[in-house]
Design a protein around this ligand. Structure first.
Ligand SMILES: Nc1ncnc2c1ncn2[C@@H]1O[C@H](COP(=O)(O)OP(=O)(O)OP(=O)(O)O)[C@@H](O)[C@H]1O
Length: 261
């Protein structure tokens, strides 16, 4: 599904959040949005999800104005995404049940999806009985089971430690390769953006405008981002992080050094 933004501006009262954003995201493309906290990245995702409307301009999916949420466009949050009173199996199955699919079929499919995210054997566990990484695996299974055409990821791994995050990034990358949805990823982690995305948009402070657009292309990548050192440095510099002295380390670096965010 193609996404199109045409001179999109968004205000909340007097607060101008997004300023004339123009962009087209191709069907199956993976685009990461990075930028300062509070600049409006989540607001852009919410507009694609149909949860917010643009103040000016238009947001379209396959040339149709987005006016309301649709199961074709799925939003995945950082945390608290699972229903605590449901087992992992029920949490995944519910995505199909919401669409009116029979409960037995939904549970069978959910079991297959839990296996795909390496959670076989944990079907009967409740979210509080498994780790944060396992909860996010389950959230990914729930997002993918409904085969969305657009996947909107809002800091999906922001609450995880650095190692778990890298593992989950690989799981997500494989699922995207297999299912090929259009993906819009909001992240504070420049390495995550470079690893997962075909294209990275770097936003300014509010009101957000695109300062830089980096096209990486749809190429095989590993977590060894040495080949992207120049672009990584440029993006970090645009975000106000001094890469010479590294006085403000990236989230990944901070966590690798044992800090918690
Ligand atoms: N529904 C709303 N009503 C009023 N203000 C809002 C609403 N949603 C967002 N805002 C404000 O709009 C601004 C942009 O918020 P948004 O969550 O889009 O930023 P962000 O770039 O995703 O931030 P972060 O990286 O910290 O998550 C913030 O100042 C926020 O308080």
């Amino acid at each position: 599904m193609k996404l199109h933004f045409e001179r999109v501006s968004k205000s909340f009262g007097d607060l101008n959040v997004i300023d004339r954003f123009d962009n087209t995201i191709a069907d199956g493309e993976i685009v990461a949005l990075v930028g300062p906290s509070g600049c409006g990245k989540s607001t852009l995702l919410h507009m694609v999800a149909g949860l917010e409307q643009a103040t000016h301009g238009r947001v379209q999916a396959d040339d149709q104005d987005i006016e309301r949420p649709s199961p074709k466009r799925t939003l995945v949050f950082q945390e608290h995404a699972l229903y605590p009173w449901m087992t992992l199996l029920e949490n995944v199955a519910v995505a199909l049940e919401f669409q009116g699919q029979p409960a037995e079929h939904a549970r069978n499919e959910a079991s297959i999806w839990l296996e795909r995210v390496k959670l076989a054997g944990f079907e009967g566990y409740y979210p509080h009985q498994v780790s944060g990484g396992m909860r996010q695996r389950c959230a990914l299974a729930r997002a993918f089971i409904a085969r969305p055409q657009v996947l909107l990821l809002d800091e999906p791994f922001g609450a995880l430690d650095a190692l778990t995050r890298m593992t989950l990034q690989s799981v997500l990358k494989d699922l995207i390769e297999q299912e090929r949805p259009t993906v819009v990823l909001v992240t504070h982690d420049v390495d995550e953006a470079l690893y997962l995305a075909d294209r990275v948009l770097v936003f300014s402070q509010r009101p957000a405008r695109v300062m830089r657009e980096v096209t990486l292309g749809h190429i095989p990548k590993t977590h060894d981002l040495t080949a992207f050192a120049d672009v990584r440095r440029e993006v970090l510099t645009l975000l106000g992080i001094d890469t010479d002295t590294d006085t403000t380390p990236s989230a990944t670096q901070r966590e690798a050094q044992g800090e918690t965010s």
